[in-house]
Design a protein around this ligand. Sequence first.
Ligand code: FES
Length: 115
Amino acid sequence: MVRVCSVHDVPDPGALRVEVPTPSGTVAVAVVRDEDGGLHAISDTCSHQAVSLSEGDVEGCMIECWLHGSAFDLRTGRPSALPAVHPVPVYALAVDGDDVLVDATADIGPAAEAR
Ligand code: FES
């Protein structure tokens, strides 16, 4: 896991785009705080078109893509509505003091096996 930001950098609720280094290259990740204060890490790239999910609105435990409105579950990566039909990767996140740590080397979402 690598430090990506401080807990204070993440809007409440809202999202922050970070670039996470991995052995196979840099991964764009959205660190998202849901409306209950929980932190999540998902791919920052919408599965419908290549736009940044961190620019969307957070509602409950979902983040809504600003371009066409598909909302993705922050726990599973699954979209709740069209036009997106494929889930986005979900990454492991931990908090150590004020530091947010993310492991973007593996998709840990429950839908990962289907991809
Ligand atoms: S680009 Fe995200 S729903 Fe279309």
